[in-house]
Structures are given as structure tokens and as C-alpha cells.
Ligand binder design. Sequence first.
Ligand SMILES: Cc1cc2nc3c(=O)[nH]c(=O)nc-3n(C[C@H](O)[C@H](O)[C@H](O)COP(=O)(O)O)c2cc1C
Length: 187
Amino acid sequence: MDKINIGTQGFTIPMPLAMLGTHYNGKPNYMTLGWVTRVNYKPALLGIGVNKGHASHTAILENGEFSVNFPTTEMVKVADYVGLVSAKRTDKSELFDRFYGTLKTAPLIKECPLSLECRLYDTVEMPTNTFFIGEIVGTWCEERFMTDGVPDISKMNPFVLTMPDKRYWKIGRCVGHAWNDGKALKQ
Ligand SMILES: Cc1cc2nc3c(=O)[nH]c(=O)nc-3n(C[C@H](O)[C@H](O)[C@H](O)COP(=O)(O)O)c2cc1C
């Protein structure tokens, strides 16, 4: 089978679809976020890629705090909407019920089954984006979305993003167990 090189705009597939929470001009603000990944075990560090033109970028530099919230499939429209309009022109502060954990400028979205609050740990400057690395200071979930005390994706109903086709997808079924199934191939 011949492989085709389709160019440089490759993406990880899928990407978790999240909403970034910050305080912009003293008000909560949210933006759609596809570029998010854990980057260190201890301390628990999370990296996010944010365009320098976004209000959220200014907000993180100002306050040194942010939240990452994972919405459900029922929230597709609103999660997409916060990626279409900027707080520079449109007030998005009242779109969600919010609560706060330890940090005072990292709004956590009540409607989202899983939310992480992060304190800025480091920044990596790039031409169009900044890679903000945040230390996770709190992970917020509800009992009904957990099994044995940890978040259970089968109860949370999150969704993921694929690029460059710009589509959202539900999560499928569990197909294996990590750090375990490979043992079958060990000599
Ligand atoms: C599906 C989707 C994913 C996005 N992912 C990112 C991302 O990872 N990083 C980023 O900087 N912008 C991303 N954006 C764009 C911002 O969410 C968008 O420009 C938003 O309006 C910025 O809001 P703000 O100016 O209020 O911060 C994404 C938009 C969509 C629709």
C-alpha cells in the first residue's frame, strides 16, 4: 500500500476537546482548546498551546492561572461557540455556572464533569503561540462520574476533536488495559 505525504499540518488524533478558563479584564472567560497535554508526572504539569492574539493569552500572562475543563457531548454547541468569539468583543463570562478551587482567577465550569485548576509554571515562546505549562493544583470531579475514586470516561461523556477535518466525535468503548495488555508479548 502506498503512503501519501499530505503535508506539514499534521495533528495528533484525536485531541481532547477542552475549554480553557481564565479571568480577562476581571471577568471569567472561556475559550475552546484542542492543544492540551500532560507533560510531567511529578509535579503534575499540563501544557497548552494558546495563540498570542487571544484574550485568554493576555489573561494567563496577567494572572498566572488557568483552568482546563472537559465538556460533555450535550455541550458541543457552547464548547464550539467559545472558540468562535473572543472576549475582546463578546462577553462570555455568564455562559456557565462556575466555582473556584484554590486559585482565584481560574474559573471551573460546574457543567463539566472534569476540571483541572493550574498555576502557571513555565512558558515557551513560539512564533504564533505560547506553550503555557501549568502545575495542576486541583482536579475536580463528581462522585457520579467516578469509579473506585477516579474519573471514569464511560460516565463522563466527553468528546474529541479531529483536525484538519474539524469534526467532533464521541468516545467509543474500552478496548484494553494500559501497562497490562502488552505483558502478553513479554518473553
Ligand atoms: C475546535 C476548536 C479548537 C481550538 N483550539 C485552540 C487551541 O488549542 N489553542 C488556541 O490558541 N486556540 C484554539 N481555538 C481558537 C480559540 O478558541 C478562539 O480563537 C477563541 O475565540 C479565543 O477566545 P478569547 O479571545 O476569548 O481567548 C480553537 C477553536 C476551536 C473552534
